[in-house]
Design a binder for this molecule. Structure first.
Ligand SMILES: [Zn+2]
Length: 381
């Protein structure tokens, strides 16, 4: 016996009474069938309703040959009448997002003739794929018109037309099916085959916002949110924008310019710092004395200044000049020599200094896990 589908009779039923017809333990939980249900099973890109049924939780629901199977986390007694309650905030959020998607898809279809070829609805909002490209300007226009359709508060209705009426009818997602095709109509905007529950008028969608889009398989994929999800998204973005505005001490409308200014200041400081490091390295290089042995230098500079110092040091010493930046256990280094093959040197001494590096015969660079004390003992030869 087919389950009586209360969600088709009224998409706003939140609680209901039903008799338990069957209850079996399965891998997915207890599989419960009822004589009637308001739990919408997964379908049309929309996930199954969650909620409670006679004191146990409904985790999922699927329809098979007209029968809705509820998967619960506990058993129910066959023959008993139980109270069902669906998680209404989640369901209403999905209804808002789904109807929002129909409005936008209807406008896209009417204006450009593109079909919605992929749809996924999560509690976060939805993604929609169209089989034709749309520009940002076109999407802006579509979004404005979709929101106008929301504010016009147009009726949204659903029914199952007979085979002949259906054959003569124009609607999106036209399939070869001739019976049990449910047609959801947004008055003056869209007509589409869809099995999911929708809000009863477009005003309840509240708001439609396209968040992002990209080219996808010769068409376009877009991310959108409607209703409460769009409001939550606005709140989150407002919070982020307010925080940046506070940090930069500029009005929220100017945060992009504020960040741009900050980045150009940062780049200027980077240039000044590099100049300073170079000047410091040059000073240090000029102060180096001649020695027949090794030279060990610690210098907090970038790769360029370490190289500059190593180049100067190798000319002043008969052994190896090592320049180290960082801290004990994690140094960056450049080492150079006029007399030694540095590649052989690192092969021979790398393990003792916990150092790894590479480069050319006269100069190598790398990282070293030794301490300052160990390096001083090693270079003091
Ligand atoms: Zn739909």
């Amino acid at each position: 016996m087919d389950t009586r589908k209360l969600y088709y009779e009224d998409a706003y039923i939140k609680t209901f009474q039903a008799r338990v017809l069957d209850c079996e333990q399965t891998k997915k939980g207890w599989a419960v069938t009822l004589d009637a249900t308001a739990f919408f099973p997964e379908g049309g890109g929309q996930a199954a309703d969650r909620g409670t049924l006679g004191g146990v939780r409904v985790l999922d629901a699927h329809e098979r040959d007209g029968v809705v199977v509820h998967y619960t986390d506990g058993p129910l007694t066959v023959g008993e009448t139980v109270q069902g309650a669906i998680d209404w905030p989640v369901r209403f959020c999905r209804m808002q997002n789904h109807t929002g998607e129909h409005i936008l898809s209807g406008l896209v279809h009417a204006r450009y003739g593109y079909d919605n070829v992929g749809f996924s609805l999560t509690d976060e909002g939805c993604t929609v794929d169209f089989n034709g490209e749309l520009t940002r300007e076109q999407l802006d226009r579509l979004e404005r018109d979709a929101d106008q359709a929301v504010w016009d508060d147009r009726p949204v209705t659903a029914r199952f037309p007979g085979p002949e009426e259906l054959a003569a009818m124009e609607y999106r997602s036209k399939l070869a099916l001739t019976h049990d095709v449910r047609i959801v109509t947004v008055e003056g905007i869209d007509r589409c085959a869809c099995c999911a529950p929708h809000v009863s008028s477009t005003g309840q969608v509240g708001l439609i916002k396209i968040l992002d889009f990209m080219r996808h398989r010769g068409g376009v994929r877009l991310w959108m949110k409607s209703g409460g999800a769009a409001l939550e998204d606005y709140r989150a973005r407002y919070g982020a924008s307010a925080a940046i505005s506070g940090l930069l001490n500029v009005p929220q409308t100017d945060v992009a310019a504020g960040v741009e200014k900050l980045l150009s200041q940062r780049d200027e400081l980077k240039r000044q710092l590099a100049d300073l490091r170079r000047a410091l390295a040059e000073d240090r290089a000029a102060s180096l004395g001649e020695t027949a042995g090794n030279i060990l230098l610690f210098f907090q500079g970038d790769e360029d200044s370490l190289r500059l110092l190593a180049n100067a040091g190798m000319e002043k010493c008969g052994g190896v000049c090592g320049v180290f930046a960082g801290a004990d256990g994690d140094y960056r280094f450049v080492m150079a020599s006029r007399t030694e093959d540095m590649r052989a040197f690192i092969r021979a001494n790398g393990p003792a200094l916990r150092a790894k590096g590479g480069g050319k015969e006269r100069m190598i660079s790398g990282r070293c896990g030794a301490s300052r004390q160990e390096l001083e003992a090693f270079f003091d030869r």
